[in-house]
Design a binder for this molecule. Structure first.
Ligand SMILES: Cc1cc2nc3c(=O)[nH]c(=O)nc-3n(C[C@H](O)[C@H](O)[C@H](O)COP(=O)(O)O)c2cc1C
Length: 346
């Protein structure tokens, strides 16, 4: 992706951040009978086994609105070892059956799933984790979301300044739920000694790995990622570390692996634009786009807006300016699919 493309994604992201309606209801229904996703033996191996045997993991990041079931299944087919859910609010998840049903959809093929929660209380978090523990490979605590209202509630990046809260949540949850790993996803802090202290504390409290986004909570995604900071975290603790930030190609992923010696890499905007990036593709292959349409129609579908946005991102480097203009104006699922079918003779 060039600078202009990254900038546009960044603009979209800001829009996402301004939208506080995180628990938007999507009309996703799973239809297991018709789903033809290929699975392999590796799927049955737990995350920790894979890390312990030395696998380097390629990870699709949590993304509010986007990292839902159809996209996770696509990412998994195109080279992701782990696929995160969007951030779910533990409290709403516990209180509302409606929120659970609409925000957490999975199926038997979604078996590289890490469910991410935003929480500020151990009892609340562990109750939510208990509900998903038999349906995922692990659970993650969001300690990096920079949205103002999340920070005000002492969740997301707000937790970075209250490490004792993170410790309490980890201890309570790992005491109560022992069959799956618990991890945290953090941003770095200006004073790296605080980040190292926090990472060590989380390790002692019982997390299985830490994902480090190499930016502070006030830095936008146009700000360069501090890979030295990620390396420092990796060197300071004994548990696995995953590096996150500005991974748009497999070469970049490999460079970051070599530079930081982490156990895996996580991509958000890169994987959104090109779910096949970990397989070495520079742009989204048309077969991947076709599969996204197929998966989405087989399992019941994302709402039209999200489905459209996914395809806008995937086609960003593929469509000409005029095609983008035409494509972006479409407003119904059939017209979106017809456009792609006509263009690619599908
Ligand atoms: C649209 C969008 C939604 C996001 N939602 C979440 C989220 O739910 N949980 C989270 O921990 N991070 C979220 N993030 C942050 C990403 O997971 C990632 O940390 C950040 O974008 C840096 O990675 P990148 O440089 O590969 O984009 C989101 C990012 C984007 C672009």
């Amino acid at each position: 992706m060039n600078e202009e493309e990254k900038e546009e994604l960044e603009l979209n992201r800001i829009q996402e951040e301004e939208d506080e309606d995180l628990l938007e209801v999507d009309d996703i229904r799973t239809n297991l009978k018709d789903l033809k996703i290929v699975t392999d033996d590796q799927d049955k191996t737990s995350v920790m086994e894979r890390i312990n045997r030395g696998d380097f993991l390629h990870i699709a990041a949590p993304m509010v609105r986007f990292s839902k079931l159809p996209f996770r299944l696509l990412c998994k087919k195109w080279g992701c070892d782990l696929t995160f859910s969007p951030m779910l609010l533990a409290e709403s998840f516990n209180r509302s059956e409606f929120a659970r049903d609409s925000d957490f959809t999975t199926n038997q093929f979604d078996n590289s799933l890490i469910v991410q929660f935003a929480a500020n209380d151990g009892e609340e978090l562990s109750a939510a984790v208990e509900k998903v523990a038999n349906h995922c490979q692990g659970v993650d605590i969001n300690c990096g979301c920079p949205q103002k209202w999340i920070i005000r509630e002492n969740m997301g990046a707000g937790l970075l300044t209250t490490p004792e809260k993170i410790e309490e949540m980890i201890k309570t949850t790992t005491r109560r739920i022992t069959n799956i790993p618990l991890s945290i996803k953090i941003r770095i802090q200006k004073d790296m000694s605080q980040t190292i202290e926090l990472a060590k504390r989380a390790e002692r409290a019982g997390v299985s790995w830490i994902t480090v986004h190499g930016r502070t909570s006030s830095q936008r995604s146009s700000h360069p990622v501090d890979y030295d900071a990620i390396k420092l975290v990796k060197e300071s603790i004994g548990i696995p570390v995953f590096a996150n930030g500005d991974i748009f190609t497999l070469d970049q992923a490999n460079d970051i692996r070599d530079k930081t010696k982490v156990n895996g890499v996580m991509s958000a905007r890169g994987i959104l634009c090109n779910p096949a990036l970990y397989m070495g593709y520079d742009t989204t292959p048309i077969e991947c786009i076709k599969e996204f349409i197929d998966i989405n129609s087989q399992i019941g579908g994302l709402n039209t807006d999200i489905f459209h946005r996914h395809l806008m991102y995937m086609l960003y480097s593929v469509n000409s300016k005029a095609e983008k203009k035409e494509f972006n104006l479409l407003s119904t699922t059939p017209s979106i699919i017809d456009f792609i079918k006509d263009k690619y003779y599908l």
